[in-house]
Write a protein that binds this ligand. Structure first.
Ligand SMILES: CC(C)(COP(=O)(O)OP(=O)(O)OC[C@H]1O[C@@H](n2cnc3c(N)ncnc32)[C@H](O)[C@@H]1OP(=O)(O)O)[C@@H](O)C(=O)NCCC(=O)NCCS
Length: 173
């Protein structure tokens, strides 16, 4: 399957919202209440919120698509707001990498990870970091394959009223 990576534009917001909602739902359904899930999807993946992010020139969001259909997306930004000690370095946060579940294990996530790591190297970042839910073992294994390690720091990542904990992983370049 030929995979094409391209930057998401403002015209893509409805498609971004669809894939963001679907993949978040598939990843976290069953880990929180139905109301918490709906509330989260409506708060973070509505067209207005996503539009704000896409209009921000410092936010980078890409689709991995085939024949014009997005199968996955990647979202990253230089942002120190949630992890202040990372300010010691020039650091890039991988905020979201989500592949539609029927396309897991097909090398699409690898293409997106190679993309962000190349971007980070080109722009002379010293570290790429990310948060992953402590029980999301598949994602953790995926990150491990790329040399991300547990920083030892954690972060609260509640979905509505359901408390969850993310591990901060990092990879020094
Ligand atoms: C995380 C994600 C991007 C990785 O992409 P992928 O195509 O699934 O990645 P891969 O299949 O190459 O790697 C996943 C690893 O987990 C392993 N794995 C597969 N199913 C698993 C399971 N149920 N539990 C634990 N590990 C599992 C795979 O075997 C593989 O390791 P291996 O190559 O050593 O065998 C993708 O699974 C995804 O989009 N998940 C949902 C969204 C998500 O969790 N995003 C990350 C949020 S932090």
């Amino acid at each position: 399957m030929e995979i094409h990576i391209r930057r998401v534009t403002i015209e893509d917001i409805p498609a971004l919202s669809l894939i963001a909602r679907q993949t978040f739902f598939d990843t976290f359904t069953g880990t929180c209440t139905h109301e918490d899930m709906q509330g989260y999807l409506d708060q973070y993946y509505n067209n207005e919120q996503l539009g704000k992010e896409i209009m921000d020139p410092e936010t980078f969001c890409f689709f991995a698509e085939t024949k014009g259909k997005p199968l996955a997306y990647l979202h990253f930004k230089e942002d120190y707001s949630n992890f202040s000690m990372i300010k010691k370095w020039k650091a890039l946060e991988l905020k979201r990498i989500y592949v539609l579940k029927e396309f897991h294990g097909q090398g699409i996530a690898q293409k997106l990870m190679d993309f962000i790591l190349n971007f980070a190297l080109e722009k002379k970042y010293e570290v790429v970091w990310l948060g992953v839910w402590e029980h999301n073992i598949r994602a953790q294994k995926f990150y491990e394959k790329y040399g991300f390690i547990n920083s030892g720091y954690t972060h609260d990542f509640p979905i509505g009223n359901t408390p969850q904990t993310d591990l901060w992983l990092w990879k020094f370049l």
